[in-house]
Write a protein that binds this ligand. Structure first.
Ligand SMILES: [Zn+2]
Length: 301
């Protein structure tokens, strides 16, 4: 399928005069065959530190053939502890992709139960789990997708009394919450505990995404550098009242999962210092630079 996709992309590039060199496709295929051909543990002799099982070689084959991931990167993912806040519209695709990618330990925080009106976008929950706590529903779905992943459920609301213990137990936090109180609490706590925070938010046809690592010092901003204070509660529409095109949550949660994986692997360009905006009706993305605010109450001097 990967090969077909690459050939399709090559064909598309050709139409606009930028054809991929056929040699690149051949090299990709050779790498793919090399990984798929690894059928015995003796083939792992080139890396004594990583003991992948045969099933893991097959499950993660499309990661292992990538120079940017490879065995060392996959081992990093398998050793990682990620906290996903909210098992809703953003959390659902995030949880699915993080589990599929083999992120070893995934914490899920949510104090809600599955409701019929959630199912239009919260794709980690099937109809049969209406009335079940979302964290339990998510754990059952993820176990079916990838039983190797450890899912830690926290059926509670994040509050100032429990946030440090929860955040402190993980390497990275992904905020898929739907309220400003949680967003600011996570920003301030992640800054204090020096944890990367990948945060997304949704509007009916739009989404925003960024990564916050202000603990690294300037020029990295925090969320309060961008929006110092929460807006008044009566001005904040939520999915329940404002509505949302379900697939928009899927786009943003999937982008968020991608940024989480990039941060864990240490590859590509981090979104720290950049706000990525998605406009579904225009089918467009744009980026806005976020400067660090020296007067920020969280990360300012
Ligand atoms: Zn700040």
């Amino acid at each position: 399928m990967l090969r077909l996709a690459r050939q399709g992309r090559a064909a598309q590039d050709e139409e606009i005069g930028r054809a991929a060199h056929p040699l690149l496709l051949i090299l990709s295929r050779e790498r793919s065959e090399r990984v798929e051909g690894r059928t015995t543990p003796t083939t792992m002799a080139d890396n004594d530190n990583i003991d992948f099982t045969e099933a893991q070689f097959q499950r993660y084959a499309r990661h292992l053939i990538l120079d940017e991931v490879g065995e060392a990167g996959q081992a990093k993912l398998m050793a990682a502890h990620v906290l996903v806040v909210g098992a809703g519209g953003l959390g659902s695709p995030m949880l699915l992709y993080l589990a599929a990618a083999g992120v070893g330990t995934i914490g899920v925080v949510d104090d809600d139960v599955v409701d019929l009106s959630n199912l239009q976008r919260q794709i980690v929950h099937p109809t049969e789990r209406i009335g079940v706590p979302k964290v339990e529903s998510a754990r059952a779905t993820l176990a079916a997708f990838n039983p190797e992943v450890r899912v830690e459920t926290h059926g509670t609301r994040l509050e100032s009394s429990n946030v440090e213990a929860l955040v402190g137990a993980y390497d990275l936090v992904a905020d898929g919450s739907d309220n400003f109180a949680t967003r600011y609490l996570l920003n301030d706590t992640c800054y204090r505990l020096k944890k990367p925070l990948v945060a997304a938010s949704l509007a009916p046809f739009d989404g925003q995404l960024s990564t916050f690592k202000a603990y690294l010092g300037p020029p990295h901003p925090c969320y309060r550098c961008l929006f110092r204070e929460p807006p008044p509660p009566d001005l904040v529409p939520r999915c329940e009242t404002a509505g949302i095109l379900g697939a928009v949550a899927g786009v943003m949660g999937t982008l968020q999962a991608t940024e989480v994986l990039k941060e864990l692997l240490g590859i590509g360009k981090s979104l720290s210092g950049t706000l990525l905006l998605y406009d579904a009706l225009r089918a467009s993305f744009h980026r806005v630079r976020i400067p660090r605010d020296p007067g920020c109450p969280t990360c300012g001097i």
